[in-house]
Design a protein around this ligand. Structure first.
Ligand code: NCD
Length: 305
């Protein structure tokens, strides 16, 4: 049995297989429509979610399976003081696979240590979000046709943004990628990303504080929301939340084939006036999340079609 806790739990080959499978599902949805008949996915969400939870549930439904779960800690026995371990062991009696989101870093990993069924980390605190990373990789592959040789700008809350940490770790194993880290000084990527990922692997990166100075270099810009819920005080959040707003004027500086990504939800960091620009791929990215989760569920359950 395998769990997915960190975006580097999968080898590059395993990631490529999941992306290939997702592309096959996209090309022939009907063939997969009964693949998980009789199987159940449980979504245990101790933190808010729209895309991740609903795309997991839609994914299992489109595979012919069923779903159960809860969408807030208050509506589960956590509110009575139950431990994550006991919740996971119990839900494993009812479901074949579990997707779990939790505000505490490491909670899904802890769950996986006692679980009888595969556990998928659907986001743990500011740490990791491997299924968003699979979504992002599928999006880059579909938009750019490759997962190597490009310059990616990651912009916004690089300190608390788990999707950023997860994506950088996974992408660091592909060739020829340059990273431009765009953030205020207070929201730079954690030091371990610099030392353990970039420096250790001799990867080219630079840190800047404005979008304008680098816009023309980027093949992809990955915008992120300032993670309000992980701030220690409201005043800092208010001061930093609108540092970057991608709009038409900034796009004038960009390449014609830039891909604009965002894991969503957005707050103000992308103006809605650019939603119809062909370079904006964040809603296509949200759709890719469903297909890649279908592929992941099939892989972890060992179902072949
Ligand atoms: C992200 C998350 O939960 O980390 N959302 C998502 O899963 N698509 C990004 C965010 O909340 O800002």
């Amino acid at each position: 049995m395998k769990h997915l806790i960190d975006s580097t739990d999968l080898t590059v080959e395993e990631i490529d297989d999941i992306l290939d499978l997702a592309l096959d599902i996209i090309s022939d949805k009907e063939r997969y429509s009964e693949a998980c008949k009789g199987k159940k996915l449980a979504t245990l969400f101790f933190e808010p979610s729209t895309r991740t939870r609903l795309s997991f549930e839609a994914a299992m439904m489109e595979l012919g399976g069923n779903v159960l779960g809860f969408s807030s800690a208050d509506s589960s026995s956590t509110a009575k003081g139950e431990s994550v371990g006991d919740t996971v062991r119990t839900v494993g009696c009812y479901a074949d696979i579990i997707a779990m989101r939790h505000p505490k870093e490491g909670a899904p990993m802890f769950g996986s240590m006692v679980s009888e069924v595969p556990i998928i980390n659907a986001g743990d605190g500011g740490h990791n979000h491997p299924t968003q990373t699979l979504t992002d990789l599928l999006t880059i592959r579909r938009e750019k046709g490759r997962l190597n040789d490009f310059t990616i700008g990651l912009c916004g809350d690089l300190k608390f943004g788990r999707t950023v940490h997860s994506l950088i770790k996974a992408l660091s194993r592909y060739e020829g990628i340059k990273y431009v880290l765009i953030s205020p000084n207070e929201l730079k990527v954690p030091e371990y990303i610099i030392t353990e990922v970039f420096e250790k692997n001799n990867i080219e990166y630079k840190e800047v504080t404005t979008m304008e100075e680098v816009m023309g270099e980027l093949d992809i810009i990955y915008m992120t929301r300032v993670q309000k819920e992980r701030f220690f005080n409201e005043a800092d959040y208010v001061r930093l939340k609108d540092t970057y707003i991608l709009d038409k004027s900034k796009l004038k500086l960009a390449k014609d084939d830039l891909s604009i990504m965002h894991p969503l939800p957005r707050v103000n960091e992308i103006s809605t006036t650019i939603d119809d620009d062909p370079r904006a791929c964040y809603f296509r990215q949200a759709l890719n999340g469903k297909y890649v989760r279908m592929a992941l569920i099939l892989s972890l359950l060992g179902v072949t079609v």
